[in-house]
Design a protein around this ligand. Structure first.
Ligand SMILES: [Zn+2]
Length: 334
């Protein structure tokens, strides 16, 4: 999936096509024009920002630097230094690496524009680390190690700049990944393209089999089988699962199982089945016991006690989270 898939949010007549094109200004300079469908139906240019986004489109990261005070503005939002009586600033080529300026928040419940993208992280990246004053570049942050979770994007983390394969001249043309996740031979490459990294098949974390987890595994399986039996008797739960099909292999520190969702039913089978849609990992199997007792798999994934390979696996969790409540409501009322 590219970052620029044009999701239709408006009836076709009102749905202005996304476009990015060059425009010659009255001053003879080149400006970048874009269309937006969110709040206005106007076409507009990036104005002075154009130079920055034209460079981005070409796989370059530039800033504006002041010859007097040496401050660096990135994105290059002005070409005249506000601190030096608006002295003309110069273009500076910035490195494709940086440092995370603060620990990044993770968005779980996004605004309607970004539904389907969550969870995602974004943060401010210090690119011009040697400059005496520099702005931080607000950017998307991605990891090749599965679903984004706490503990990855922490302050001070070294980052590598990555460009989407197709760049149009917008903020979503780029994102950053932890430098430690970039293979050595690609670390100095400029530009590094998204397709040169593997986001599709992250390696599941290893689990250590430990006696307390084995005991907890027995409890979790019993709780899950109880829930599966309740789902079969609950109209609400079957409605929750309507239209869903999923085979989720689950590895824990006490043993493995597969959670199957099909035809409005929940099934728990021993071991990880040969063909699964995703493998998820929970060192502590009681994550699942807590879920059955009105906990939340979504919370477990957000906190990091349940590891998921990608956001597609995440989409099923809010549906599964409804089941304990649905079964209790139905079975109590009957
Ligand atoms: Zn200055």
């Amino acid at each position: 999936m590219t970052a620029h898939d044009s999701r239709s949010v408006l009836p076709p007549d009102y749905d202005l096509q996304r476009e990015y094109r060059e425009l010659e200004g009255r001053d003879g300079q080149t400006y970048l024009q874009f269309a937006t469908q969110m709040t206005t139906f106007y076409k507009q240019t990036y104005g002075e920002h154009s130079r920055f986004f034209l460079a981005l489109r070409a796989g370059r990261l530039i800033g504006a630097t002041c010859p007097r005070c040496k401050q660096v503005a990135v994105p290059a939002f002005t070409w005249h230094c506000p601190g030096c009586d608006f002295a003309e600033m110069q273009e500076i080529e910035l490195p494709h690496k940086g440092v995370l300026a603060h620990t990044a928040p993770i968005t779980i419940f996004p605004s309607s524009t970004f539904i389907g993208d969550a969870p995602f992280a974004r943060g401010y990246v210090d690119v011009a680390v040697d400059a005496p004053i520099a702005s931080f570049l607000p950017s998307r942050l991605r990891t090749t190690t599965g679903l984004v979770r706490p503990g990855i994007f922490v302050q001070g983390l070294e980052l590598k700049l990555v460009f989407e394969d197709e760049t149009v001249g917008c903020a979503r043309d780029i994102f950053w990944v932890p430098m430690s996740e970039v293979p050595l031979h690609l670390r100095d490459q400029q530009p590094l393209r998204a397709s040169e990294l593997d986001f599709a098949s992250p390696v599941p974390p290893a689990v250590t089999v430990a006696p307390p987890h084995v005991a907890a595994f027995g409890e979790a399986l019993a709780a899950l089988r109880g829930l599966a039996a309740d789902v079969a008797l609950s109209r609400r739960a079957r409605t929750d699962l309507a239209g869903q099909t999923s085979r989720m292999g689950v590895r824990t520190g006490g043993g493995d199982f597969t959670l199957v969702v099909a035809e409005g039913q929940l099934q728990v089978t021993d071991g990880v089945a040969a063909e699964v849609d995703a493998i998820v990992v929970a060192e502590d199997p009681s994550v699942f016991t807590r879920w059955v007792h009105d906990g939340s798999l979504t919370d477990a994934a957000v906190e990091g006690s349940l590891w998921l390979p990608h956001k597609e696996a995440f989409q099923l969790l809010p549906i599964l989270d409804r089941l304990p409540r649905s079964t209790r409501r139905d079975l109590r009322s009957s």
